[in-house]
Design a protein around this ligand. Sequence first.
Ligand SMILES: CC/C=C\C/C=C\CCCC/C=C/C(=O)SCCNC(=O)CCNC(=O)[C@H](O)C(C)(C)COP(=O)(O)OP(=O)(O)OC[C@H]1O[C@@H](n2cnc3c(N)ncnc32)[C@H](O)[C@@H]1OP(=O)(O)O
Length: 208
Amino acid sequence: MSQQSSPTVFSAGLDIMEMYKPKPDRVKEFWTTLQDVWLALYGSSFPTVAAINGHSPAGGCLLSLCCEYRIMCPNYSIGLNETKLGIVAPKWFMSSMLGAIPYREAELALTSGRMFSTDEALKIGLIDEVASDKADAIAKSEKFLSQFAKIHPIARKLTKLNLRHSALEWMQENKELDLNIFISFVGQPIVQKSLEKYLEGLKAKQAK
Ligand SMILES: CC/C=C\C/C=C\CCCC/C=C/C(=O)SCCNC(=O)CCNC(=O)[C@H](O)C(C)(C)COP(=O)(O)OP(=O)(O)OC[C@H]1O[C@@H](n2cnc3c(N)ncnc32)[C@H](O)[C@@H]1OP(=O)(O)O
């Protein structure tokens, strides 16, 4: 459950203003912080559930994909919509999605930057359950977690971390490479132009 300033947003993803005209003194910290959050959450030895009580685009969707189980409230949207911004979901965003939905669904979703409604997300397996509201999402999360009381904690932890091993190992070994890809990618004029257009679209939507 994220504690957000907007009651209808679980997480709006990365701050686009950090990628639009990025400041050289901030960009490294920005990206390595995200890498570290992913490593900590995706690689957590604890069982994790995302109670998604709001829209969850891109980085927001990624946060939920780090968890083993996703419960979402109705009438929100979720997905890795990066291509809609003219950017590319990094390899580890993609592998997080592939841990939840079949390759074919992921390919269609990622290439089109599709955002799914709660019901659509349930249908493809991007979320595991629908909750009627925030309290129900918390109750369902507790129910999911309580099943592990009967499972040996070391057996559960090693099983989870073995399943996630190759993605985690890739990141641990390639943090610097991944950072350099990010910096050179967002620095391209064509990418900056796309982000500018996307931001204009957000502002125009808000002005309506
Ligand atoms: C080979 C190459 C390999 C690798 C490439 C490397 C790197 C590139 C990949 C980087 C990965 C990126 C991940 C991301 O997370 S990108 C961010 C994606 N997020 C979005 O698209 C969300 C956009 N926002 C919305 O859809 C809506 O705002 C939302 C969240 C549904 C809420 O809607 P609503 O309540 O109606 O609010 P408004 O739309 O009116 O927005 C209010 C206000 O917030 C600003 N805003 C919204 N989201 C963001 C954001 N993510 N960053 C910055 N600002 C945001 C919006 O513009 C409004 O601002 P204002 O100042 O006008 O109040």
